[in-house]
Structures are given as C-alpha cells and as structure tokens.
Ligand binder design. Structure first.
Ligand code: EPZ
Length: 426
C-alpha cells in the first residue's frame, strides 16, 4: 500500500486546476443506462471510483470509449452506449468497493423493469443505509425484497409517477429517484430533495437527454416521465470539494493559490467560513483565489448541513485548519454518525481536539508536528495531508488508496505550488 511523505512548513503559492467532480461523474455515468443512444461525458476526472463505476457499467452491457485529455485540465471524455442491458445484477465484489454503485438501481429498474443490486454495506463514516431509496422506489410501484445481501427490485411494465417525500435529505437517494422518474409513467414530485450542485448537474444532463424536470436547485423536483431518453453530451461540473480542500491547503500553509475552474457559487458556505477565519477570498475570471499570506487565522464554529449549508465532505479538512488557528472552534457533524476518524490521527500530530457526542472542540496550537498517520476514509485522509503540509517535520500518511478514490494527481497539484510531497510505493 502506497504512502505519501510530506515535509511541512512551506507556504503554497501557484495555480491548482480543479478536476471534474467525482460525486457528479458517478451518477452521470449511471444515467447512461437510461438510453440506448450514446451519452458522452466530458471533463471526467481520473479517479479509482470512476474506473470502478466503468467496470460495473460494463457488466450491465454499457460499451465505453474513453479518450485522452478533454477540453479542460486533463479531464477525459467518455462515450457510453447501452444498446441493451445484458445483466441486471450488480455483484457484491464490485459494489463493496464503492457504495455509489447503488446508483445503478434506479436506472436498471426504469430501463429494464428489474434490478438485483448488492447492498452496499457500511463504511468507515457510518452505516450508510439505503432504506429511503427503496421506500421511494416501492412507492413508484417496484416490488422490493432483500435476500442474501442483495436488493431485488422488479416492476411489471413501467414505474408509476408518485409524490415522494424524503424524511431526510439524501443525495444519492434523490439522484436514484430522479433517474427512475425520468422514464416513469406520469408525474413524480420529489419533496425534500437534495440541493447539492451534483444533483442539479445530473438533472441538467437528464434534461439534455430529453427528460422533463423542473425545480432544479430547490427542495421540490417535478419530473414528467418519458417513454425513452436520447443521447447527449454533458461536461461534468468542477469538484467543489476538491476545490475546497485546496482552498484549505492555501490557508493552512499561509500561502496563496488560484483554484482554476472552481465555481465560487457552489462553494459559498465554505468560502464564508474561510473569510470569517481571516483568509482573503476573491473570485476571478479563471476561478477562486484564496490567500492567507499575512493573516493570523482564527477558529470558526461550523455545523455540517445539506447544501447549501456547510458540506460534511469539508468537515475533516477545516478541522485541520482550526487545529493551527488562534482560539477555539466547535465543529459539529450532523450528517454521519462516525465522521471524526481523523481526530485521533490529528491529535498524534499535536492537535488539541476534544469530542463531545457529535461535536469536536478544536483549540489551535502554535505548530503541529509531523508524524506517521493512518488514513481511514477519503476526506479524513485529506485532512491528514493538509495537517502534514502545515506541520513541522515529516508526515507519512499511510493507506493513501483512500485518497486515490477522490483526488486526481494530488501530489502533482500540490508539488506544483511548492509543497515538499512525494508518493512512496508500498
Ligand atoms: C453522498 O453520499 C456523497 N457521495 C457523500 O460523499 C456525501 O458525504 C453525502 O452525499 C452527503 O453530502 C456521493 O455522492 C457518491 P446521503 P450519500 O444519502 O448519498 C442517511 C465523499 O466523501 N440515509 O445524502 O450516500 C445517511 O446514513 C462521499 O465524496 C439514510 O438513513 O449520502 C446519512 O446519515 C462521502 N437512508 C444521511 O442520510 C438512506 O436511504 C445523508 O446521506 C439514505 C441516506
């Protein structure tokens, strides 16, 4: 298993190109199952999860043609065509590698009338149930059963439009039901829909494919189902979590970075926190500039919430920042039940953090000290990289396969801005 070695204490200065969003690309790829024509995605990031989704779709009958650097920052262009669904089963050995595999459930059911998808199981940050996906699909007429760790879903004919109300905001739940409703018979209303930009990006792609969807970006999506969808070409939106992670890298190293292609509007809640902490944030033609070159940074209280609130996927990263800022910050995690796995590792680097139920009190220290640390999940791993960039001495982040799932060319992008960082093949 590879590790990443970082020698900290060097301010970052330069430009970081932001790649296409992992959490948009995954549902967009699943949408290719909805049509027999070709769906072409541009600006696709080079990530392990994208490869996993490509392998899964191939097993269902999707033929994929990937070609090189797309029009922006090396993003790839991927053409997917599914003349016919050759298998409606998503096997455990693939699904266990990536929970987002559940995103094939809605499209398979809508296109083929049946799907057998392994239950994703939990992960480091929580139990991650999919009960809300299943209840909503059942409300649209699907017969759902669970056996042998698989979800078995069937519907005679087409799914039926329904008025769905999610009791809790679910991002992939909203995405699964959007795709299912696009081919359903009649109108579907999705209330308490997730408003994440990645959900809107999927809806825009589905509209380009001929779907009729209203209410984009709001808590109420209205879908009028069509008999079929046609092909389209769609560019994956920039990754606001990757951009946010590098915004914190600029702040924690007291440097200045231009996040090329980043969309400030999609990062508003994070940028507000960074400004309140004392960083200088400015929107430019080419992206978002973050600088903390001459600012004493201070801790800011944050609470994670569904978009447009503060994103849970940025919680671990800002905690690393507050560990090095003046004063104290309360960081409250409301989305997942176990998303503080980075705390014990940050404490090994000298951070002063105390957890009380769903909140962590972070008191800034003068300097963190480099240490060997263990990555546990994608965003916790990034938190440790960020702490290593600021720490005195050498940090070795182990089990970096977590990082490879969500950060494209991480060492190259940071080294280009002056970081002393290298991958150690394990
Ligand atoms: C998506 O996960 C993202 N993944 C996650 O990003 C992100 O952290 C999460 O949304 C929240 O923003 C992708 O988009 C591929 P949820 P998802 O359904 O859809 C509970 C990353 O780091 N829930 O919005 O799985 C659930 O347990 C990843 O890139 C149910 O109880 O999250 C959680 O507490 C990590 N039943 C809450 O809702 C359900 O049926 C929100 O989960 C579904 C969800």
């Amino acid at each position: 298993m590879d590790s990443i070695r970082i020698r900290g204490g060097r301010p970052l200065n330069g430009v970081i190109p932001i790649s296409g969003a992992k959490n948009a690309a995954l549902p967009l790829m699943a949408a290719s199952l909805l049509t027999a024509e070709t769906l072409t995605l541009e600006n696709l990031p080079h990530l392990v999860d994208i490869t996993t989704m490509a392998n899964l779709l191939t097993a269902h009958g999707v033929s994929l043609h990937m070609n090189g650097a797309g029009r922006r920052c090396g993003g790839r262009s991927l053409a997917m065509t599914t003349p016919a669904i050759t298998s409606t089963t998503a096997h455990y050995d693939l699904v266990r590698k990536m929970r987002a595999s559940i995103l094939v459930l809605g499209p398979l059911l809508a296109r083929e009338g049946r799907a057998r998808v392994s239950l994703p199981g939990g992960c480091a940050i929580g139990a991650r149930p999919v009960d809300l996906h299943l209840k909503a699909l059942a409300q649209m007429g699907a017969a759902i059963s669970i056996d042998g760790g698989y979800v078995d879903a069937r519907v005679d004919g087409r799914l039926k439009g329904a008025h769905l109300v999610f009791p809790q905001v679910t991002v992939t739940g909203t995405e699964n039901l959007l795709m299912a409703a696009a081919l359903a018979d009649g109108e579907t209303i999705i209330d308490n829909a997730a408003r994440e930009p990645e959900v809107t990006d999927l809806a825009q792609c589905l509209i380009a494919m001929g779907a009729e969807i209203e209410g984009l970006g709001t808590q109420r999506l209205v879908v009028r189902g069509r008999e079929s969808l046609h092909g389209a070409t769609h560019a994956v939106l920039p990754d606001r979590i990757e951009a946010g992670s590098y915004a914190v890298a600029a702040a924690i190293t007291r440097g200045e970075v231009l996040l090329q292609y980043a969309d400030a509007a999609q990062m508003a809640s994070l940028l507000k926190v960074l400004s309140a902490a004392g960083a200088a944030v400015s929107v430019e033609e080419g992206g978002v500039r973050v600088s903390a070159a001459d600012a004493p940074l201070k801790g800011v209280d944050v609470m994670t919430e569904p978009h447009p609130g503060f994103p849970t996927d940025m919680q671990a990263q800002v905690m690393a920042l507050f560990a090095t800022a003046e004063g104290a910050a309360m960081v409250t995690e409301t989305i997942f039940e176990n998303r503080f796995m980075h705390v014990p590792e940050l404490k090994r680097m000298g951070a002063d953090i105390n957890i009380h139920n769903g909140s962590a009190i972070v008191r800034g220290v003068r300097r963190l000290s480099g240490a060997p640390v263990m990555a546990t999940d994608l965003r916790a791993s990034m938190s440790l990289v960020l702490a290593g960039l600021a720490a005195e001495g050498e940090t070795m982040v182990n089990r970096v396969y977590h990082l490879d799932r969500g950060y494209e060319r991480l060492e190259q992008k940071l080294a280009a801005c002056g970081a002393d960082i290298e991958r150690v093949r394990g």
